[in-house]
Design a protein around this ligand. Structure first.
Ligand SMILES: Cc1ncc(COP(=O)(O)O)c(C=O)c1O
Length: 406
């Protein structure tokens, strides 16, 4: 027998507790978390099958139905980030050989294509320029060319481009052609209208770290009747054990509550509190807050002579793409914002890398004071690189807009 102590690696003692700096998170997510959500997450962990916890799960489902504006019984948070919500929709609704029309006007539409292909489906890609909404006409053409299509999938709020695509006409068109719809609302939920029942969306997923003022790690989903019928009518077994809806519902259905996986108990306390905050504020007020602060931010950047990447009618209030002026080092600006103002903004992705900044105004971050902080910090960083700006013009324009819209 060997001496076990010979093989024990020594404990790393010099590692202290991790103390993150206090940042203002104005990137593409995560955004700042409301203190009430953080406090809720610090409460004692209890069992994920404890009757008290189970009662909280039912409240959470009710709160999510409010956020999604749906009466769908199958509305719950999947344990995992938004990507798991995306994957859950595709693995349950796409079978090998299925044709799926996927709208790709940014990075996340591209991930939908990957999902379809990994499910053994055939993706018919409808491409639109990054920064433009999904074109209804192009989707109609794709459906004309592929009458066998069974699903249409698109992203409502493209976080990589700042463009909004209106789900209502896209869903109506898909239904005319007997297709189900999968809609990504990761960045949309809580920041702009998402009306699952009124728009008749069949399957929808979101994330917690954007406009819900909650940390990352959970993926709220909702499935309507047509989607559930499609799941029941499958002729092949869902290839994912974890995301198989019938197994997930064993835990999340009020009647069953059997063990599926150990739910992230404290993260669910946090989402419960975040959704309570949203209900207290009301969806309409949250949408109006995002729109008003967005308009103040745009007024400020325009007064500084900086352009938006997305046309006014298609802009997301919660995610603003600012075009990098000629001669400016965009990475250096982000570095200065972080080092000197504890302010995080995002870089451009894919074809927009180096060309834009992505400035988020989501959830708890979406406050007047952050609009003003951001404009002031940008002015400092741009002036330090030699850009000639009229001092304080951005902040003054934003303040004037805010004062006129009280
Ligand atoms: C539109 C969109 N879809 C999906 C995702 C993936 O979410 P997560 O990073 O939580 O997996 C994101 C994340 O930024 C997103 O913005």
């Amino acid at each position: 027998m060997t001496d076990q102590h010979d093989s024990v690696r020594s404990a790393p003692r010099a590692i202290g507790s991790f103390e993150p700096p206090l940042r203002t998170l104005m990137g593409p997510g995560p955004s700042n978390v409301h203190p009430r959500v953080l406090a809720a997450m610090a409460r004692p962990t209890i069992g994920h099958l404890d009757p008290v916890f189970v009662a909280m799960m039912e409240e959470l489902k009710e709160l999510l139905r409010y956020a999604f504006q749906t009466s769908n019984g199958t509305t719950f948070p999947i344990s995992g980030p938004g990507s798991v919500g995306m994957e859950a929709c595709f693995v349950n609704l796409v079978e090998p050989g299925d044709t799926v029309v996927v709208c790709r006007n940014g990075a996340f539409g591209g991930r939908m294509v990957e999902n379809v292909e990994r499910c053994g489906g055939h993706a018919v890609i409808v491409d639109d320029e990054w920064g433009r909404p999904v074109s209804l006409d192009k989707v109609a053409d794709a459906l004309d060319a592929h009458p066998e299509a069974r699903v249409v999938a698109f992203v409502q709020a493209e976080t990589s481009t700042g463009a909004h695509s209106n789900p209502r006409p896209l869903v109506a068109l898909a239904h005319e052609r007997d297709c189900l719809t999968i809609v990504d609302t990761v960045t949309a939920l809580g920041g702009c209208p998402v009306k699952v029942d009124e728009w008749e969306i069949d399957a929808v997923y979101a994330g917690t770290q954007k406009c819900l003022s909650c940390p990352p790690g959970l993926a709220p989903v909702s499935f309507g009747e047509r989607a559930l019928q499609r799941v029941q009518a499958r002729t092949t077994r869902c290839q994912s054990w974890f995301m198989d809806l019938s197994l997930q519902l064993g835990y999340w259905s009020a009647g069953t509550r059997t063990y599926h996986h150990t739910a992230p108990v404290n993260a669910l306390y946090g989402l419960h509190e975040a959704l309570r905050l949203l209900a207290e504020e009301s969806l309409e007020a949250a949408w109006a807050r995002h729109r008003r602060n967005h308009e103040a931010l745009v007024a400020g950047f325009e007064a500084m002579g900086l352009r938006q990447h997305v046309a006014a009618a298609d802009r997301l209030p919660q995610l603003n793409l600012i075009v990098v002026p000629d001669g400016i080092d965009e990475a250096l600006v982000r570095r200065r914002l972080l080092d000197e103002h504890d302010l995080e903004v995002g870089a451009g992705l894919g074809v927009l890398a180096g060309k834009v900044w992505r400035v988020g105004l989501m959830g708890e971050t979406c406050r007047e004071k952050n609009v003003l902080l951001c404009l002031e910090a940008f002015e400092n960083a741009l002036v330090s690189q030699g850009l000639r700006l009229s001092s304080g013009a951005g902040v003054a324009a934003a303040r004037a807009f805010l004062a006129s819209s009280r």
